[in-house]
Design a protein around this ligand. Structure first.
Ligand SMILES: Cc1cc2nc3c(=O)[nH]c(=O)nc-3n(C[C@H](O)[C@H](O)[C@H](O)COP(=O)(O)O)c2cc1C
Length: 368
């Protein structure tokens, strides 16, 4: 029986186990430059026990930023700022992919440089509000991307992927999930285009497929992962009623590219996961549907029974820097503190204790 604690070959990159850290925005980069910080290097180095770390969402272009204090990979300063982060992960024996996240219509003009405005496949405003430097504000109507701008956006993803490699990342994950730009193209409620980038299933999947193709050409397919969340309702997305039609077609088009992995955020049922896996001969990373609880230790059985190759943990990894060691020991686990998920300083970011920290404290108490 294969267990989560065995090594894995991801493309040409050896992983020390099959436990991935799911991508998590933590909004602690500098503003307005979107550079990574020393504290971020500490945070990721603390979690280098993961077989694979997938970074927080990183904007591939200035207009792709939809939240406060998120980092980018589109300027020389940003590339330089990531080098100490990737180096500290590598020094601790870890592997780290950069998640490229273009938020599309999810954003606000105040979050992007003057003269820019959030963009989308169509001028359809998402219901809801976004956190800005001035507090919560309603989403705005996005500017519809022209065909030339779509081509430019695809090449921005490819450039950001090259920058990620230059910054020392082992690869990139393309964020096609959770209601951001690629998902906005996939879903019929946010994509009402009538040209070759909308309408039919073929049209709606085209943007994601072309981003993946361009990024694979830029850095090598074996360094590229792709994340999807079929049926997720985040950010006012309504996927096609027939998830299998859209996502089956998308996965079938991605499969021949030879990507490093497909990462499924399981919002729908396990049956869909199994169906998609059947058309995907490559590596599967699964963020299993455990709502309302975060992904927990019991999901490692999904590796043992062959449902997936790797399992990704979000909230539990945020709160447990030594998560693989804790999973191997059967716990205990720190509880994630939601109040420090986004923004702020070191508190709730780099101060979650490891089992070793707790043992050291217990030792001191014993001697007292
Ligand atoms: C604080 C926080 C930030 C997140 N940011 C991202 C992100 O930047 N990109 C992304 O694809 N998913 C993001 N997610 C979703 C997680 O990757 C994951 O899919 C979700 O938390 C469910 O997994 P879990 O139950 O293991 O936490 C975020 C989740 C959390 C808790």
């Amino acid at each position: 029986m294969t267990t989560a604690f065995e090594t894995y070959e991801l493309g040409s990159t050896p992983l020390k186990n099959r436990i991935a850290m799911a991508p998590m925005t933590r909004s602690r980069a500098t503003a307005p430059h979107g550079t990574a910080t020393e504290t971020m290097a500490t945070y990721y180095a603390q979690r280098a026990g993961a077989g694979l770390i997938i970074s927080e969402g990183i904007q591939p272009s200035a207009v792709g930023q939809g939240y406060t204090n998120t980092p980018g990979l589109h300027s020389a300063d940003q590339v330089a700022s990531w080098k100490p982060v990737t180096a500290s992960v590598h020094e601790n024996g870890g592997v780290i992919y950069a998640q490229l996240m273009h938020t599309g219509r999810v954003g606000h003009p105040s979050l992007v440089p003057d003269g820019l405005h959030p963009v989308g496949p169509s001028p359809v405003t998402a219901a809801g509000q976004v956190y800005t430097y001035e507090g919560m504000q309603a989403f705005v109507e996005p500017r519809e991307l022209s065909e030339d701008e779509i081509a430019q956006t695809i090449s921005d993803f490819a450039d950001a992927a090259r920058n990620a490699i230059e910054a020392g990342f082992d690869g990139v994950e393309i964020h096609g999930a959770n209601g951001y730009l690629i998902h906005q193209f996939l879903a019929p409620n946010s994509n009402i285009r009538t040209d070759g980038w909308g309408g039919s299933v073929e049209g709606r999947i085209r943007f994601g497929v072309e981003v993946a193709t361009a990024v694979a050409a830029a850095i090598g397919a074996e360094k590229v992962g792709f994340r999807i969340s079929p049926g997720a309702l985040f950010n006012d997305i309504q996927d096609d009623i027939n998830l299998e039609a859209t996502y089956g077609a998308l996965v079938a088009k991605l499969a021949p590219l030879g990507l490093a992995y497909l990462h499924i955020v399981e919002s729908a049922d396990r049956e869909l996961t199994n169906t998609l896996r059947a058309t995907w001969s490559g590596t599967l990373v699964l963020n299993p549907n455990t709502v309302p609880e975060p992904t927990g230790p019991e999901t490692l059985a999904l590796i043992e029974n062959g449902t997936t190759d790797l399992v990704s943990f979000g909230a539990l990894f945020l709160a447990n820097p030594d998560l693989p060691a804790r999973l191997a020991a059967g716990g205990p686990f720190n509880t994630p503190d939601r109040s420090s998920f986004y923004g702020g300083d070191a508190a709730g970011y780099i101060d979650y204790p490891t089992l070793n920290d707790l043992a050291a404290v217990a030792d001191v108490m014993d001697r007292a």
